[in-house]
Design a protein around this ligand. Sequence first.
Ligand code: GDP
Ligand code: ADP
Length: 220
Amino acid sequence: MTDAATASLNGVERRGLMFVLSSPSGAGKTTLSRMLVKEAASLQMSVSATTRPMRPGEVEGRDYFFVDRPKFDAMVAAGEFLEWANVFDNCYGTPKAPVEAALAAGRDVLFDIDWQGTQQLRSHAPNDVVSVFVLPPSVQALEHRLHTRAQDSDEVIHGRMKKAGDEMSHYDAYDYIVVNDNVGIAFESVKAILRAEQLKRERQIGIDAFVRDMRRELER
Ligand SMILES: Nc1nc2c(ncn2[C@@H]2O[C@H](COP(=O)(O)OP(=O)(O)O)[C@@H](O)[C@H]2O)c(=O)[nH]1
Ligand SMILES: Nc1ncnc2c1ncn2[C@@H]1O[C@H](COP(=O)(O)OP(=O)(O)O)[C@@H](O)[C@H]1O
């Protein structure tokens, strides 16, 4: 894939980054992603394609591109995905073109993808991926959230609870862990991670020139 291009932070050129949020279903990554996109102007959400049915309240092209299995398979065959995986017996994939366009325009991209997709992204662009794993504060809270979201049948919720332990076991492949108890505090934590990663010296590729120019001016 193309390298992340550059954006400017306080006038210093920097590389865009790929910010990944993963969690067991119901822990709150969609909630945190939406809050983040609203507030961080540099961040663009990657909208995945999926074969799973649309939930009440979801919007085509905002939450997902809802496609049938033959269409999904055709997209895989055409190399249209940056990564894709099978999750809960449905297929999910990240369309490549919008991500490359966003990075080329110097924007950061936010991904709500599972551990398999995170691993694939990391292998494509190890220096550009920052990954955050979101955990619920307890099993009871997770179950309660899945029920209060009221978008899945009891059977689907039961299936997701059964798989939550497996999903959680991948926490140790992530750079950061945020326990989403109070949503405001979790949001502040995710925002702080994004900001700190944007400010990493190696991502501020214009910093050498910035400092050099100031030193020259001081020497005059
Ligand atoms: N690998 C991969 N995983 C995805 C993608 N889009 C969504 N997922 C993951 O698929 C899982 C199920 O997502 P979804 O059906 O929306 O349920 P949710 O967990 O309640 O948000 C979640 O772990 C998502 O992070 C994608 O494009 N690629
Ligand atoms: N900190 C929190 N406290 C209470 N409820 C929350 C919290 N974070 C998210 N929720 C609620 O839990 C449900 C699941 O959250 P969602 O963001 O859809 O999870 P995920 O995308 O990880 O499956 C939603 O109804 C959401 O409003």
